[in-house]
Design a protein around this ligand. Structure first.
Ligand code: SF4
Length: 72
């Protein structure tokens, strides 16, 4: 999932254990599917700080945040 703000977040579903922490910290970004594994919402409605908190909170490091900083 890409975002015009210049960052992308992905879920490694093989690592996700369904703890739900990302869903708590960034409910506008991560949701659980029928298998209780995280998927990235579309569109993402959280700001980057919330997403960053969720990524860092994941106990299995299943979330990956990539930022693409572009200067003028
Ligand atoms: S915090 Fe990590 S392990 Fe927990 S649901 Fe989200 S992606 Fe899965």
């Amino acid at each position: 999932v890409s975002d015009p703000a210049g960052w992308t977040v992905t879920v490694d579903r093989d690592r996700c254990i369904g703890s739900g922490l990302c869903v708590v910290y960034a409910p506008g970004t991560f949701v659980h599917d029928d298998a209780v594994k995280a998927v990235v919402a579309d569109p993402i409605t959280d700001d980057l700080d919330a997403v960053r908190t969720a990524v860092e909170a994941c106990p299995t490091r299943a979330l990956h945040l990539v930022t693409h900083e572009h200067q003028g």
